[in-house]
Design a protein around this ligand. Sequence first.
Ligand code: C2E
Ligand code: MG
Ligand code: MG
Length: 739
Amino acid sequence: MKAEEAFFAEQDAKKSKDLEKVSGIIQDLRIYQIELEMQNDELFRAQAEARIARDEYFDLYHEAPVGYATIGEDGCILKANRFLIDLVNREAADLNGLHIFDLVHEEDIGEFRARFRAFYNRPEAKEISFRIDRDNAEVYVTLTGRVTQISDGAVSPKRCLLVAFTDITKLKKSEFELVLAAKVFDSSIEGIVITDGKGEIQRVNRAFSLVTGYEEREVQGKTPAILKSGHHDHSFYVDMWDQLSREGVWQGEVVNKRKNGETYVEWLSISAVSAIDGRVKHYIGIFSDITEKKLNTQQMQQLAYYDVLTGLPNRTLFYDRLKQSLVRAKRNLSALALLFIDLDNFKELNDSYGHAEGDLLLQGVASRLKQTVRASDTVSRLGGDEFTIILSDFQDPNVISLESSKVAEKILAILSKPFQLKEVSYQLSASIGIAIYPQDGEVISELIKHADSAMYQAKSMGKNTFHFFSQQMFKAQQERSELKADLNNAIAEGQFVLHYQPQICLSTNEVVGCEALIRWNHSKRGLLPPGFFIGIAEDMGMINRIGDWVLEQAISQLRRWHDQGIDTLKIAINLSVEQIRDSRLPGRISMLLDRYDVPPDKLELEITESAMLKDTLESSQALQLVKKLGVRISLDDFGTGYSSMTYVKHFPVDSLKIDRVFVRDIFDSIEDKSIVLASISLANNLSVNTIAEGVETREQLDFLKDSGCTHVQGFLISKPLPVEAITKFISNYPAEPNN
Ligand code: C2E
Ligand code: MG
Ligand code: MG
């Protein structure tokens, strides 16, 4: 038993030993398990870290501000990061497998090819700059690269290139801008000067040196004050700096001095360049030399606004000054006077002594006119012999009338002193018209028109005088100028007619002749008597044409009357001075008498005494010839001239026509009666006829007849009549009653 017990005891002991062993193993296994679990955790952690690291690499690769690419040995792109994809503006898929050359701008490809190869061979060829071929935009990059080996799962690793693209577009652009700015600075035709904030010159360009004569090194460190000419006062610069500090810019005209001492005018713009803190770092001055331009402008202005001959303001400047004076007068409620001065008979001097003398005279007149007025008054020459004066800023309208008449008198006096010209000493006079603002016109055109009208009034008053504007006279002048315009066409349009007034022989009581008196059948104003238009026609130089028409009309009428059996009748026609002066007159009369086959003694020419006075010699020569033709001549308006008696002695007249003013007052004025009686007695002594004009009453007629007057003409017998009426009148006379 003991053995058994021992055995069992041994077994038990063994068992418990085994148990001990098993639990030891279990213990170990537990430890092992714990260790494994620990190892597993570490693995997980490592995996997570690896994932994070990979993500980080990925972010870094794609989001880096640099383009990365892996390029195979054949030059094709194997891989590119996002930055590069965006930079070249292509799809990621397009980029894979694309040759690197295809990214390069065509203008840079040549150089790129040559240098790219070197990346594979020479490690020191590290960098190429080129433009990327990207639509419409110029993108500059720098490429750096390194050769490496990648296995990529293949058996033997491949050689490839890792490259980085850096975008340098901005840099390149500012580089360009700098180059450009430097070019502009140097080649600018405008002078440029750059100073620091204190105004000390740092840089100047070539144009600066050309204009000022100073080289850059001569002015560096100095201020632009070295160019001061002394032309501007202190306040000019104070204002300039004031504006510069307020607005940061200043522009204006500056007169400066060159190195050689010469002054010049520049147009200068200054700009202040400030730092972020607002302090001025630099001033940049840009200027151009406008000296010549200014000179040209001045010359142009002189030409455009001043009269070359006299140096006075011309018409343009006169208008301008008058406009300004009017504006001022309106604002200040003041008055101004406008004087129009026209030289009398200036044309005569020009015609007889030539234009050089005329010019000298005009210059003399200009300088004398300037002496008569205040410096503030404008004397201008409008052209020819027309001058104007503006007297302005008179507070009292009464004073201005007085003042302007004083000035006018002064002008007349100063101009009346002889002008010593080159060849002659010339005595001159002028006519002056005065219009006053506000009463004679409120606008420029009206004032000018009215001063002009007043001047014509002064002329018509016998010249060498002045006249203030009058509305009434202006109307008359206007009417006159309207008629003037219409008169031109009157002959062509057949608007003239002749009326005839019978002349009676007092001894036989027969109609022996009639006076042809012209009328103008005006389209708007009806039948106008000669007083309305003969003077105008004379002024316009068309009286000869009218006279020719009258001559032909009258002579052809004589022919018609002859043909009707009225063959004892004479026609008297009136001649103007111009006609008497015209040497063609005798020839023309003779031609017409021939053409219409009319006896010369049936034509009588009436010449006024005043015409004789004006033109003694020429008229007598022409009249002698006319007289030789057998044409009769009568002296019209006899008694109104001054030397009637003397003229009658020299002229081969056939009758004297006593003017109707004497006949009219024959019973009221002893003088008129004496003139009538003296005229009749003179005519009787010379054995020529007397025709009394304007006989309106039986008493006048009887008195004239008793006093020995041979003929009468007047309303008592008949008014002037149209041709049909006069023909009838003649045929019936004296059968029908006179009135
Ligand atoms: P005139 O030669 O002295 O002509 C006489 C003027 O007296 C005419 O005026 C006539 O109508 C007017 N008359 C005649 N009898 C009387 C009368 O009893 N009482 C009044 N109060 N007046 C009378 P008219 O026709 O107006 O002519 C004026 C002037 O025009 C003429 O004065 C003459 O110098 C000029 N004239 C007329 N026809 C012509 C012409 O064909 N050529 C030129 N150059 N002058 C002409
Ligand atoms: Mg007459
Ligand atoms: Mg008369």
